[in-house]
Design a protein around this ligand. Sequence first.
Ligand SMILES: CCCCCCCCC/C=C/C(=O)SCCNC(=O)CCNC(=O)[C@H](O)C(C)(C)COP(=O)(O)OP(=O)(O)OC[C@H]1O[C@@H](n2cnc3c(N)ncnc32)[C@H](O)[C@@H]1OP(=O)(O)O
Length: 303
Amino acid sequence: MALASGVRFAERALLRPWALLRGTTLGRTEPAAGGGGDGARRFGSQRVLVEPDAASGVAVMKLRNPPVNALSLELLTELVISLEKLENDKTFRGVILTSDCPRVFCAGLDLTEICGRNPAHCAEYWKAMQELWLRTYLSSLVLVAAINGACPAGGCIIALSCDCRVLADNPKYRIGLNETLLGIIAPFWLKDTYVNTIGHRASEQALQLGSLFPPAEALQVGLVDQVVPEDQVQSTALSEMARWLAVPDHARQLTKNMMRKATADRLLRQRDADTQNFVSFVCRDSIQKSLQAYLEKLRQRKG
Ligand SMILES: CCCCCCCCC/C=C/C(=O)SCCNC(=O)CCNC(=O)[C@H](O)C(C)(C)COP(=O)(O)OP(=O)(O)OC[C@H]1O[C@@H](n2cnc3c(N)ncnc32)[C@H](O)[C@@H]1OP(=O)(O)O
């Protein structure tokens, strides 16, 4: 009962994802390479590739928004819709979230969505970000993040809202919330997710310093659950998934809801205020200047 009412409450408060749709191409289905029956058919959209395996009840969801899987409004929308599709299909009990872009899991917010944009656009964008977090954080599916690349800021948020994280052992694949280094602040629900994962003191330190942890440190602080050689990320994610799926769904889902509901409800209660905060903050001249300077630095670093 607790789960049913919790989920209904969350669902009522969530946006209809297709209301966010803008120029997306969804619902395409194509046979997987070497695949046969329905269980092997891929579906997805331009920026999210879903490889479902009906036999195991597990789907692999790949972010493919090159070059760095920045969270554009389109990618956020397509992720929400793909996840909802799997949630609504009783065949599926688990999703492995990974990247189709080399060396980057997800670069976080697409800074071009909040630089030089009007307040209405920033608000629409932030609502989509909240929506993705709520959907992943409260998902009834088991979500395993197979982190096969760099995972800063918004990328880290996505990984943290999964149930379990496997990170490839490459010193370039750092993970964490580096917002302060861009001159911005992690919102309270992001901070809560961090605290829920690594504890208050470690979060206090890491958030203020904008720390990006290399794999060994990420493991030590508890930001990820396993660090494995790059070519074993997928197989380890599958083994982790098997461990989580060995638990009866209803008991695991009720427990997940019990652990996460209060954190999610806090955002659901003040979603509009959170959006207004975000918009007034990022639209300030001083914040726009530091975001522009950061983007410029990223562009110049190239080559
Ligand atoms: C009160 C409430 C307050 C609310 C305050 C709000 C809080 C919000 C919480 C979340 C915040 C965020 O996510 S903020 C985003 C934080 N993200 C980051 O700091 C990551 C920045 N990116 C990187 O560090 C790197 O790109 C990295 C991901 C490691 C990949 O390195 P690579 O060498 O492979 O690639 P690069 O050459 O750097 O990048 C390739 C191209 O992608 C672009 N690019 C890279 N990251 C990008 C990004 N996030 N958005 C847009 N574009 C990006 C570069 O400019 C290049 O563009 P071209 O030169 O044109 O090709």
